[in-house]
Design a protein around this ligand. Structure first.
Ligand code: NOJ
Length: 736
């Protein structure tokens, strides 16, 4: 439709139709004849209201989506199609590594490719909008949802959020194989105090703007069709009713996409203690710029009255409706209301060879090799040695992790044991689980997540004994340990981020009888590794790797592929260090100022166990000196920073070269380091690569005391190296 036609349509719509566009229905309300009944009857929806609903959430079956859409168009006074939305977080049916793992690739192209493949499956399956990417900066591993985002760095988060949007949407949302992104949760949901789910946030405006907002903005600038507001309040103002956030989004950034509330985030303003009834919540949410209310019915009750009383204006209502219509139009729904939905195509695309291959290849790029003493990994595929594969993940069929649509995605292609046996039928390998994923100590978590846990003490003992015997008899042990696959995502905050005790016991018992232990860790967050990190000779963090996890891990263990991911969240020594992140602000109690009065703890180092950007691969790299092509950088100019990186190891390999800056003296305290560039480079064994990074004064902007986004003249340090611990730098001056 042309804009003019769309405007004409809006002008011709009745109030009921307009209200309907702003109201979403949960998919389960649609019964067999596609008419809302059952629970909906309690809300007394009139037939007219039902006919005018603008969107539905969580309808999974493409044939059903087509049927609902068909009947809806026939019933709607103007035949306006519905939008179908779903949380498609790391794959639709083919599941890729969790988003946090994807970010560890430091490879926006990979994130784009995975989102693209996801969009192709989802589009054929009838979906129009995915509630992804999650752009919430996350500094606290206790928060269960860190698995959905990119980690602790604003620069990397912004690149990844934009790449995901581009992947889902392509250049043209009317094209086959695209879906609209919905960036979430605006804003600062990742900063909930103590990592507590549905918690509260308070922070300065400077912090919000400098660290938390850039990734949402990058997603909006990349054209994200939709944005979701957050559950949390910031400084007492619920994000779903915040005029301030709305002004940033609409007035400053000029975002024209549709805004949806999170599920219940409008009604939950009641829990925040700022509204008492649907009239107040509707008023606040509309003033806060929320166009669509997700699944709850405050708008339905509030909008008519508020419009009549003049507390909400017709222009305000029309603006909100316009944004929804506009998204429908961007998707081409007025021409093809089914947007290429096809159960046959969906069935062909789901878990097709190409996507499985992509999933498999992505595993090593997203996995982080944290330790590899004596180059224990990769193992030799044909050595004359015995290896015991032990651990509760050996036969676990869920290597997918949290946020997978159970009905379409809950399948791992093959377990680790099946994969290893198929790949090495002639090798002298032993296999034993050693323990269950969770033990009696995890009863509270297990019950909350509806997960099974070991209750039989005798069985626990017997399994442990079998594992110890296998470990004793083997030359090497590979242990597969980790968090429960359901203990990540929404409602999965943890106060104790160690691996379950039953698994720690297994580790200790195995490590006591075999000193060549490789540990492979599955997790949704940087867990507290404790003696697992200390005692394992090699440590491979695979996060939750997805459908092809077992194949990808086997590739890495035996050297068909090398792990090349770098962690994008710090691994703490202990949970007591949380929140922990590399880009902290300096204090006058830093070690360089006083050897005694240093910032931190008396019982634990200040730094994490593994820092941002850290990760090994199967070869080694040596860095030359940082070179800058200018001593002074003026407005309008670009400085080039260069480093020579040499592959000094025994294999070809890929290195992620990272550039950080520090502004040591500014009007407002600046972080000890900030990522401003990264490049993955392939360097053949024995060869060099010249890696260059451009820097402009705009890259050095920050929010000053007046919350203006400025750069200030002065000295800037440029660090280039392997990870955020890099210490070599060169200095230039920034001048007007
Ligand atoms: C609540 C979650 O916070 C949000 O991320 C999700 O998209 C919605 N529920 C819809 O499932």
């Amino acid at each position: 439709m042309t804009e003019q036609q769309l405007r004409a349509l809006l002008a011709d719509m009745s109030l009921a139709e307009k209200f309907g566009e702003l109201q979403q229905m949960p998919g389960q309300y649609y019964t067999d004849d596609c008419i809302e009944t059952g629970i909906n009857a309690a809300f007394d929806f009139t037939e007219e209201e039902v006919a005018c609903i603008g969107s539905a959430l969580n309808v999974l079956d493409p044939a059903r989506i087509i049927e609902i859409q068909k009947q809806h168009i026939a019933r709607h006074p103007h035949g306006i199609p519905m939008l179908f939305m779903l949380d498609i977080i790391h794959g639709y049916s083919t599941i890729y590594p969790i988003p946090l793992a994807q970010a560890c690739s430091f490879e926006p192209d990979l994130v784009r490719a995975l989102a693209r493949a996801t969009a192709r499956e989802s589009c054929a399956a009838g979906q129009h909008v995915t509630f992804s990417p999650m752009a919430d900066l996350s500094r606290d591993a206790r928060w269960g949802r860190v698995m959905e985002g990119s980690g602790e760095d604003p620069y990397l988060n912004a690149k990844m959020a934009a790449a995901a949007v581009q992947g889902y949407q392509g250049d043209d949302l009317t094209a086959e194989g695209t879906i609209s992104a919905c960036v979430k949760h605006f804003a600062a949901y990742g900063a909930v105090e103590g990592g507590r789910e549905y918690g509260y946030v308070d922070m300065s405006e400077r912090m919000l703007r400098q660290y938390y907002l850039p990734a949402y903005k990058a997603a909006c600038d990349a054209g994200s069709g939709m944005l979701m507001t957050a559950f949390n309040a910031i400084a007492g103002v619920p994000a779903s009713g915040s005029r301030e956030l709305n002004a940033i989004l609409r007035d400053e950034w000029g975002y024209e996409g549709a805004v949806i509330s999170d599920y219940g985030s409008i009604s939950q303003m009641y829990s925040h203690g700022v509204i008492q009834n649907p009239l107040e919540s509707t008023k606040r949410a509309m003033d806060g710029g929320v166009d669509i209310e997700m699944c709850i019915h405050h708008y339905r009750r509030g909008l008519p009255q508020l419009l009549e009383s003049g507390e909400i204006t017709t222009e305000q209502l029309d603006r909100a409706v316009w944004r929804v219509l506009n998204l429908k139009n961007r998707l081409g729904l007025f021409e093809d209301p089914y947007h290429f939905a096809s159960p046959e195509k969906a069935a062909k695309l789901q878990n097709c060879e190409d996507f499985l291959q992509l999933a498999r290849e992505s595993v090593p790029r997203c996995s982080v090799l944290l330790k590899n003493d004596g180059k224990l990994l990769p193992l030799s595929p044909d050595a004359d040695e015995t290896v015991a594969f032990i651990g509760p993940f050996l036969n676990e069929s869920d290597l997918l992790g949290g946020w997978v649509n159970q009905k379409v995605g809950r399948i791992t292609a093959a377990t680790l044991q099946e994969t290893l046996q198929a790949r090495f039928p002639a090798r002298d390998f032993t296999y034993t689980a050693g323990c269950a994923l969770l033990g009696a100590e995890d009863a509270m978590m297990a019950e909350k997540k509806h997960a099974a846990f070991e209750t039989d003490a005798d069985r626990r003992c017997a399994m442990l004994e079998e594992a110890v015997a296998a470990a004793k008899a083997a030359d090497k042990v590979v242990l597969f340990l980790g968090e429960h696959p359901q203990c990540g995502g929404e409602l999965a905050a943890r106060a104790d981020i160690r691996l379950p005790k039953i698994q720690r016991d297994l580790f200790r018992a195995v490590a006591a009888v075999n000193d060549t232990v490789v540990t492979v860790v599955f997790d949704h967050r940087p867990v507290e590794l404790g003696d697992i990190a200390e005692t394992s000779k090699a440590l491979l963090n695979v996060w939750f790797p997805g459908t092809m996890g077992a194949a990808g891990i086997t590739d890495m263990l035996f050297g068909d592929a090398a792990p090349t991911g770098r962690t994008t969240m710090s691994f703490p020594h202990t949970v007591g260090q949380e929140p922990i992140y590399y880009n902290r602000l300096p204090t006058d109690h830093a070690p360089e100022f006083s050897p005694i009065y240093i910032t931190g703890y008396v019982d634990c180092p200040l730094d994490p166990l593994y820092c941002f950007g850290e990760g090994l691969t199967y070869t080694d790299f040596a860095y030359g000196e940082v070179r800058l092509d200018k001593a002074t950088l003026h407005a309008g100019e670009t400085l080039t920073a260069t480093v020579t990186v040499q592959n000094v190891g025994e294999r070809d390999g890929e290195e992620t070269v990272q550039l950080y800056i520090r502004d040591p003296f500014a009007s407002v305290s600046q972080p000890v380091k900030e990522l401003k560039g990264f490049k993955r480079v392939f360097i053949p064994k024995g060869e060099n690569a010249e890696v260059t990074f451009p820097l402009t004064p705009d890259d050095l902007r920050f929010y000053n005391e007046d919350v203006d986004f400025v750069w200030e003249p002065g000295e800037i340090q440029v660090f280039i190296g392997h990870d955020s611990r890099v210490s070599q730098y060169k200095t230039f001056r920034l001048e007007e």
